[in-house]
Ligand binder design. Sequence first.
Ligand code: PAF
Length: 278
Amino acid sequence: MEIVESPLAMQGIAREIHGRGKTIAVVPTMGFLHEGHLSLVDRARNEADVVVLTLFVNPIQFGPNEDYAVYPRDRERDAALCEARGVDYLFAPTVDGMYAPDASVKINETSLSTHLCGAVRPGHFSGVCTVVAKLFNITLADVAVFGQKDAQQVAIVRRMVRDLNFPVRIVMAPIVREADGLAMSSRNTRLAPESREVALGLSAALSAAIEAYGRGERDAAAVKAIMADAMSARGLKVDYASAVDYSTMEDVDEIGPGTLLAVAAYCGPVRLIDNRLL
Ligand code: PAF
């Protein structure tokens, strides 16, 4: 595995790979890798000849009161995990390498990103779109693999790819969960041991909603109440408990195939998200 820091060098390598007639799959991450990320690497391996994992904690997708400064980082450990999992190139740029001091161009998706996390994290998805567009241009990716845990992010990236004609195919891979149901996230490492039980409220809320759906419940308001109550009962501070049409991210009145059940909540200072797609 080769570690590359410079965007220009990465682009040169990607050109050379394409010149040899090989395809590139990229797995964009912010590092502090876990099995969820590594499952994306496995998927990427099945989708293209060469796998590039990008490791960059992107400052412009964090709000001023969010966790950029304390976001967990461990580049050595990440590099070892990538090497062991068969990543070909680890692209790990610096902030200065990615953003000129007078950078003044950003990408704004203006519809899907007004809902769910976008409604409570202004500017977040603009930061995501901007960095993902840059990563696509730097790695010359043919395929990009993202996790369903960030289902809204995947929908927005797909919209960006469609609307701006990026020659990249987007693959969404399933959420990987801990044995107890907690969706894997780098932020889980910031949970105090006693908060772990509380954090299970997110997956428990979604399971309760799925159970209600299985019993024939279709009323979105009732399902949202079930999810919100399940989270509050565990001691989570609910950010949202939503049922939206996954193609538009707009609230639905009735849940059914294509509905995204999405939850976000604070477990102490740590904001966690989870979802299930019907
Ligand atoms: O999902 C993430 O980790 C980030 O939002 C991404 C896609 C790597 C962009 O910084």
